[in-house]
Design a protein around this ligand. Sequence first.
Ligand code: MLT
Length: 206
Amino acid sequence: MRPQPDFIHEFVPGSSARTLLLLHGTGGNERDLIPLGREFDPKASLLSPRGKILENGMPRFFRRLAEGVFDLEDVKQRTQELADFVVSAAAHYKIDIKKVVAVGYSNGANIAASILLLRPEILSAAILFRAMVPLVPETTPNLNSKRIWIGAGAHDPIIPASNTQELVEMLRSSGADVTIRFFQSGHQLTSGDVDLAREWLTKSVD
Ligand code: MLT
């Protein structure tokens, strides 16, 4: 039986205990971040689900009402559903649930941030490229042992720097160890993001 709740996904087994949970951006799919995941960690297992929401045919992880304006009930529900998928995929593929590191881009970074805020037990660390505040949780999560790296674009037309800073404050005030880097770029991922995030993952995350 497939992991339930079901998501279309790719799973690439690795040779270490770590699993990278790869979360694509709007219009992406489960194959998009596999090469990046391999580049980040040649030994990790890779778990890469496809978002179930379709916006004009483009997969996403939760609904939005407009660019940067989220359907908060849907964000909460989809966050729980994705977290439940990770738990059941961990049992199915014999993944160590204590060593799951999210790597998300844009909409994928936002659902990863939402998992950190609502289901922090699912992730030990996270790399968030072009993330913003997905929602404000009703109770403060305990993010004491979590390490988080955020790559932001100084000229991002979708995400104001103040919004990313707000996310950083929210995560830090919940106890997370957050590293934030601003790049001279827009919403796109740059080679600078990839190089610094990989170095951070190698040096800073068990
Ligand atoms: C989102 O909807 O999660 C953000 O606006 C980023 C995007 O996917 O465009």
